[in-house]
Design a protein around this ligand. Structure first.
Ligand code: GUN
Ligand code: ZN
Length: 436
């Protein structure tokens, strides 16, 4: 067992932040072999109960849960920052040609390493990520995550139509490959599999039906896809599936909405769509930097909270512009504020942070497992240095309450603030912030 003494950020069952200026975090073996939080709270209340336990004292630092990226594309790591008129031209011009390169397992493996380095350097300890349509791209990423002991969820993309040579797959083979990958990787250590239809326009009815059958056969796998991101995409989906009530309802018709189903974007929804999200247990991966970069629109937080479906935050790299969770939280704040096309709301900093940690875990059905530092949670956490940069240091010194402290970090924070990343109870080798 080992303990840390520093400020401590956690979340209560209602998602409210709980903060100790002088906190105590005890980590030790859990029931399933990994390292978990054994006790968390104030130093004064807890330390005396654990005499003899080695304590790492980190004055001025904050212990916080590792961030969860609820939707990202590992093979788009190098697509980041590729501007286009909108989603569909961006896919044609940059994304599909680049993803075709992942037919080469050596290339996939090299990018998997870069991707996980980038996530960890920014304090993201669990991603839910797309691979490409090539099964070897899943093998490459899973193997690298396993080597690092990460909790990670990924899946082979399904896209058997409206996709160019090099990324288009074949219906029967794609479903057989998916099932083989589920059997190979799902539940291996901390790895999980996500059944991954790219989006309804790129999948035939037969492929979506097969994906839904696999989702029923393997009910604790995840499902990930895209929906209601862009007006042209929605028009196209409506033309291809004229009998569905809405674009979202297409997925429901194929058995692809249930607990552990994560839909990226969910921007252009009506209340029937929101109620469908809620009643099925599906969750939205809100991807604000991507939505701003590709001009897709603004996620309606007021609608989501009024109807009460689950959501969490995501980078959506490479449509998204940053692996940095602080940037994503700030963009979510901007998107929430937008009040011309939807009701504008001012999201509290603790709520933004929750969306990228405990809220994202709840969306995955992993509440109490990751995204928090309550007893029993897996020991994936960060040591943050709020004095890492000059202006941030000035700001936090004058912060009068937790909201001011967290908002300063959200507005000014970046990877320099992430001093140490602890995965399964052990610090990850420090990753450089400079390339040379
Ligand atoms: N819709 C279908 N594929 C993609 C993708 O790769 N990125 C985004 N943002 N939307 C998509
Ligand atoms: Zn995406």
């Amino acid at each position: 067992m080992k303990a840390w003494r520093a400020a401590l950020l956690r979340f209560d069952e209602d998602g409210a932040p709980v903060y100790e200026d002088d906190g105590f975090l005890l980590v030790g073996p859990g029931a399933h072999g990994g390292q978990v939080v054994r006790a968390a709270g104030s130093w004064q209340a807890l330390a005396a109960q654990y005499p003899g336990v080695a304590v790492e004292h980190l004055p001025g630092r904050i212990l916080a849960p590792g961030f969860i990226d609820l939707h990202v594309h590992f093979p788009q790591t190098d697509v980041i920052g590729s501007p286009a008129d909108g989603l569909l031209p961006w896919l044609e011009k940059y994304t599909f040609p680049h993803e075709a390169r992942f037919a080469d397992p050596a290339y996939a493996s090299a990018v998997a390493q870069v991707f996980l380095d980038e996530l960890l350097r920014h304090g993201v300890t669990t991603p839910l990520t797309f691979a490409t349509s090539h099964p070897a791209s899943v093998d490459a990423l899973m193997a690298e995550a396993q080597r690092r002991g990460l909790r990670l969820i990924a899946g082979k993309v399904l896209q058997d139509r409206h996709s160019p040579d090099g990324v288009r797959d074949e219906t029967e083979q794609s479903l057989a490959d998916t099932e083989a990958l589920i059997r190979k990787w799902h539940g291996q250590g901390r790895l999980g599999y996500a059944i991954t239809p790219r989006f309804a326009p790129s999948c035939t009815d037969a492929q979506l039906r097969g994906a839904g059958e696999l989702a029923a056969k393997y009910p604790d796998t995840w499902i990930q896809s895209h929906v209601a991101e862009n007006k042209d995409e929605i028009r196209w989906a409506r033309e291809l599936f004229p009998d569905a009530r809405s674009y979202l309802a297409v997925y429901d018709g194929f058995g692809l909405m249930r607990d552990r189903a994560i839909y990226a974007h969910c921007i252009h929804f009506d209340d029937d769509d929101r109620r469908l999200m809620k009643s099925t247990g599906a969750a939205a991966a809100v991807s604000p930097t991507s939505n701003l970069f590709l001009g897709s629109g603004f996620f309606d937080y007021e609608g989501a909270m009024r109807v009460g479906f689950r959501f969490g935050l995501a980078s959506d790299v490479g449509g998204g512009t940053s692996f940095n969770p602080f940037h994503t939280m700030l963009a979510a704040y901007y998107v929430g504020r937008e009040g011309q096309t939807k009701p504008g709301v001012s999201l509290a900093p603790g709520h933004l942070w929750w969306q990228h940690t405990a809220g994202a875990a709840a969306a995955l059905g992993l509440d109490g497992v990751i995204g928090n530092l309550q007893p029993g949670c897996e020991a994936d956490f960060l040591v943050l240095d709020p004095h890492a940069t000059p202006l941030l240091s000035r700001k936090v010194t004058h912060a009068r309450d937790l909201d001011e402290l967290l908002f300063s970090l959200i507005v000014l924070g970046d990877d320099r603030v992430v001093e140490t990343v602890v995965v399964d109870g052990a610090p990850v080798e420090r990753l450089p912030h400079r390339s040379r």
